[in-house]
Design a protein around this ligand. Sequence first.
Ligand code: MLT
Length: 314
Amino acid sequence: MSKHTIVVCDHIHEDGLNILQNTEDINYVYAADIDKTALLDVIKDADVAITRSSTDVDEKFLNAAINLKAVIRAGVGYDNVDMEGCSKRGIIAMNVPTANTIAAVELTMAHMLSCMRKFPYAHNQLKQDRIWKREDWYGNELYGKKLGVIGFGNIGHRVALRAKSFEMDVVTYDPYIPSTKATDLGIKYTTNFEDILACDIITIHTPKNQETIDMIGEEEISKMKDGVILINCARGGLYNEEALYNNLKSGKIAMAGIDVFKTEPATDHPLLDLNNVTVTAHLGANTKESQKKIATQAAENAIEAARGIAYPNA
Ligand code: MLT
């Protein structure tokens, strides 16, 4: 029997790997731990590649992948995939669009709460410095605060609903939805971006593209309230990182909750030097529940694509 080769370029849950391993006509290659140059060598045999956001499916990758029929994104965003390059070469790209929604929503709420209660300070003071000084860290409540949600898709609208359950005053900006999608859920809808800039807390849930890169920069921040809190669990670079850093440093932005960076991994990023940020290493999709679902679906899609029989999310 001739076998199809599926190369797994990033770490995915073992349930997905088991499906690949136990499928007779699939030869699966685990390439998550090799460097980018070695990957270019491995990828030349691939019929299908499975990636998360750590692998750039760029010109170099596609040129090396001479047999590639499909790229399976084990997640939502295609911003690390050269979609034009894929379509020029007749390569299908598929994502797993909804499996990590809840994981991303809950991480957003975690960053929001962490910023409000000044967790980075409180945590470090007790754990690193062994100081017990309750009077140093008065936080704030989400209750009654105005939350601006940019992007009202799968993730944004669920963040808005959870914020409502905290009795926040929630307004969303998303020019791509009918206003009723928000208002039917009791969420205010605005077409005026300034309404978002006037909020106490702002969270962004858009894809990364030409329209959204640097959507919040120096000018937008200057219009915000002093002491605003910004959350980004979507994509690095939606907030201009230099403006974010400068305004966190000056205190104009009181706190930021940041899960994503323009360039990842971001182990040497200036934002990591600031105390008024909570940071995580692009963990939005990282729950066991979501990774299990994503890996299973990605593996099933990859097998179908390798056999050339179906493209469920094409
Ligand atoms: C996504 O686009 O769904 C995530 O960023 C995937 C990931 O965590 O790699």
